[in-house]
Write a protein that binds this ligand. Structure first.
Ligand code: GFB
Length: 312
């Protein structure tokens, strides 16, 4: 079955997460209604028997594999065993069950941290496995690389149409605002907002502020994922990003000005910087006819509005 047939049954693994919920919204907007979901309480994707039973009874035609254990630099570095185990189990079970239950097409979502720490910028897809990984997120990266290789190997050996996309750093609705496990953008948004509300004169930011990061709104990512499901059937995985990056210091100043925090930003260099830079080369996805739409400043304004409305 082709993905253009909107009556096909779609399973979104991880539909409550930031990425899965964005894919869910995008699918509904495009008229896809035959969507099956399970919360992690209903279905533990780390459990192979549960996953096999679910696939046997639901028989989805298409799978978006957006379920993963994710987090910012501190969570990745602290829960190294969980990031490796949970992600390997989730993706292995879902990819294998998709093969045994004859899923027509699967999209696996990875991360820009799969690339070597010192890879040439911007990162082309060919840079995979050409050097040492960034130590703070090596377990997560190893799991994601295994997922890419699994999709490639299943294509080679079994002829299935499993593809992979590598998003850059993401932000948007349903992000994680817990300061110990979140990524930089939601963390700073919350810190500046709380400092403003309580009248604090300074906010602690992690690292030196010199690393560079690229940020993509998750609704853009979801649109890119649908685009790939509709148009892309190749073995080679695809970067999804904006193609531009900013220093963490610039990002912090932009967020502070949107939030209206006028105090001082103090950089805590005892906290890790992580990869110095991980800018995606987005030539492959641009050539396939897709480009992001949401400008970073506009996107931050949008999430700040949602954050204050939800009173996170
Ligand atoms: O977003 P983040 O946690 O993840 O951190 P990575 C990006 C940069 O922001 C680092 C700095 O240099 C942090 O030190 N930073 C400054 C902060 N203030 C803060 C803060 O309050 N909270 C956080 N979290 N960071 C993750 C990987 O790397 O990115 C994952 O560990 C994944 O594997 C994800 O790939 C997208 O971009 O460094």
């Amino acid at each position: 079955m082709e993905f253009s047939n909107t009556s096909g049954k779609i399973y979104i693994a991880g539909h409550n997460g930031m990425v899965g919920s964005a894919i869910h919204r995008a699918l509904l907007k495009k008229g896809y209604t035959n969507i099956v979901t399970r919360s992690s309480k209903e279905l533990d994707l780390r459990n192979q028997n549960e996953v096999n039973d679910f696939f046997k009874s639901e028989k989805p035609d298409f799978v978006f594999l957006a379920a993963a254990k994710v987090g910012g630099i501190l969570a990745n570095n602290t829960y190294r065993a969980e990031f490796l185990y949970d992600n390997l189990m989730i993706q292995t079970n879902v990819i294998h069950a998709s093969y045994t239950n004859k899923v027509s097409k699967l999209l696996f979502l990875g991360s820009s941290c799969i690339y070597p720490k010192m890879a040439k910028q911007p990162l082309t897809e060919e840079a995979l496995l050409t050097g040492e990984l960034e130590p703070t997120n090596e377990p997560y990266a190893i799991a994601k690389i295994a997922g890419i290789k699994m999709c490639e190997a299943y294509r080679d050996q079994y002829g299935v149409n499993f593809i992979s996309a590598m998003p850059t750093n993401l932000y948007g609705p349903n992000d994680n605002y817990d300061l110990k496990s979140s990524h930089v953008l939601p963390a700073l948004l919350r810190k500046f907002h709380e400092a403003k509300v309580s009248g604090d004169s300074e906010v602690q930011c992690w690292g030196t502020g010199s690393p560079m990061r690229e940020f993509l709104h998750v609704d853009d990512l979801a649109a890119g994922c649908l685009h790939l499901m509709l148009t892309y059937d190749q073995k080679e995985f695809v970067n999804i990003g904006t193609g531009t990056d900013v220093t963490i210091k610039d990002l912090a100043e932009t967020i502070a000005s949107i939030v209206g925090f006028n105090g001082e930003l103090v950089w805590d260099s005892t906290k890790p910087d992580g990869t110095p830079r991980k800018l995606m080369n987005v030539g492959r996805i641009h050539a396939s006819g897709w480009k992001h739409e949401i400008d970073l400043k506009e996107g931050i304004k949008q999430v700040f509005k949602e954050f204050t409305n939800n009173d996170c």
